[in-house]
Ligand binder design. Sequence first.
Ligand code: NDP
Length: 333
Amino acid sequence: MTTSTQIQLIARPVGTPTPDDFRVVTEELPALADGEVRVGNEFISVDPYMRGRMNDTPSYIPPFRLGAVMTGGAVGRVIESAADSLPVGTPVLSFLGWRDIAQGPADQFTPLPETDLPLSAYLGAAGMTGLTAYAGLLRIAGLRTGETVFISGAAGAVGSVAGQLARLLGASKVIGSAGSAEKVALLKDRYGFDEAFNYRDGAVVDQLRAAAADGIDVYFDNVGGEHLEAALDVLNRGGRAALCGAISAYNTEGEPTGPRNMGNIVTRTLRLEGFLVGQHSDLQPEFAQRMAAWLSDGSVVFDETVVDGIENSVQAFLGMMKGANTGKMVVRV
Ligand code: NDP
């Protein structure tokens, strides 16, 4: 008998989620049907967008169902197979979520290349989060050689990759913000940001102005709120903002803080554009090829914060939402 342990959402959080909004369930798995595989997950992903799916509000992706597994990215290897396309041992990516063993038709699992990278990299720099940084800078912001780029959430999964890609894609100056002195040091020492500041040290607009004497041309927004307002004050004429996320508002119970200086968009002829990585999967082949080269020659480095144990997935998620992670937060199953 094989059992699978999964984490389910059982209550819709108001404001910041608590462990009581989730439960751990262990269930027996049925025998494999023809064409199915069983996968031993090695890492699962906890991501900010999951917070939105905990609300019962219509969005670009349906809400999580109460009493059902927390779905999301996971990587592992096939441990039993009734499908010729995925033999035992094949590394795979799925979106079947927070469970130690995933089982289903082979087409629910995407085979991954066998490389020197740990499988977890396909949840981060080499996967969806890396593609988010790439699409945001290149396609949404239209980054050009010699420009100055500001990235918020810069020590996180998307932000740390975005900072390095900005440089590789031609930026002459890269500025980042993050929530601790340790993260600020990392931005400069490891990810190659020219300037970095701790947004908790003072007004974002003042710190951004000090870091960007000649203004910024591109803003990659992971945070929203005060950060976006500050960027609108410091963007140069013709500047672009790729709106990737607004994590400062995800746990907000009241009205989120919004920029009060939208008039700058007109007077400085700015362009702000939101985007969803899922709508840019046509970039995946070119991204995969370029990122594999950058990772192998060390042009891009990445970090992970690893929490052990599927039963600690909620703790990993809640920690990530408060900044406990550097780079990609993953759970090692
Ligand atoms: P991260 O790895 O960046 O983790 C989240 C980070 O957010 C924390 O580490 C914390 O870092 C920071 N944070 C939390 N609260 C605040 C706050 N109030 N103000 C500023 N920073 C805060 O997550 P991801 O890289 O996975 O995601 C980053 C952003 O990108 C999110 O907004 C997410 O929703 C978005 N995203 C969007 C996608 C798209 O398709 N548009 C795809 C993937 C992600 P710190 O210590 O610095 O505070």
